[in-house]
Design a protein around this ligand. Structure first.
Ligand SMILES: CC(C)(COP(=O)(O)OP(=O)(O)OC[C@H]1O[C@@H](n2cnc3c(N)ncnc32)[C@H](O)[C@@H]1OP(=O)(O)O)[C@@H](O)C(=O)NCCC(=O)NCCS
Length: 154
């Protein structure tokens, strides 16, 4: 079956599926946190990746980022998530490439935070050229740190 992936500004109708991704994924499970998708839709920072095939459209993943330089000439990647059943098929990489293209129009680099216990997330970012440049101990929980990662885009 042929499927097509499309990245579009997130709509309110996507929120339920994105909430389900968050509820089933690290780091949010451990941190017991939700993502306020409504807020990021309102400020134009949230995008959904939809997957269509055989007459159905489903939300495969999401990405939230600030494209303008908000810190040290860089944009900020706030969150990325892909439905667990669809991981390992390049959807996360496609979402990252989209964000990097959008950010590079306004900023020279991209920053993000990833939890110290989220080893898969760290490996994902490292493979895409991100380097750890800082550590925020105890920021989100007393037992973990947030690592700051950085990539030069141009
Ligand atoms: C990190 C995340 C967005 C990656 O999404 P993805 O669609 O699996 O990404 P890709 O398919 O592009 O790449 C995943 C890598 O893991 C490998 N992989 C293989 N099977 C996998 C699986 N079942 N699950 C995850 N990764 C898998 C892929 O081969 C790929 O490796 P590569 O870089 O050598 O190609 C996704 O794992 C996720 O939603 N994680 C939970 C949320 C999270 O940790 N977000 C980051 C911090 S906010």
């Amino acid at each position: 079956m042929r499927t097509a992936l499309t990245i579009i500004p997130m709509k309110r109708s996507h929120i339920r599926a994105c909430d389900a991704i968050v509820a089933a994924s690290e780091p949010w499970k451990t941190l017991q946190e939700k993502v306020d998708f409504k807020k990021y839709i309102t400020c134009g920072q949230a995008y959904a990746c939809t997957r269509s095939g055989s007459g159905t459209i489903e939300v495969a993943g999401f990405i939230i980022f600030t494209a303008e330089p908000v810190f040290a000439r860089g944009g900020y990647l706030r969150a990325i998530g892909v439905a667990a059943s669809l991981r390992g098929q390049g959807i996360g990489s496609k979402l990252m490439a989209f964000a990097e293209k959008m950010v590079s129009r306004q900023a020279t680099c991209l920053y993000l935070c990833v939890s110290s216990f989220n080893r898969k997330g760290q490996a994902f970012y490292r493979k895409r050229g991100y380097t750890r440049v800082g550590k925020l101990p105890g920021l989100t929980s007393p037992d973990s740190s947030e690592y700051i990662y950085w990539k030069r885009l141009k």
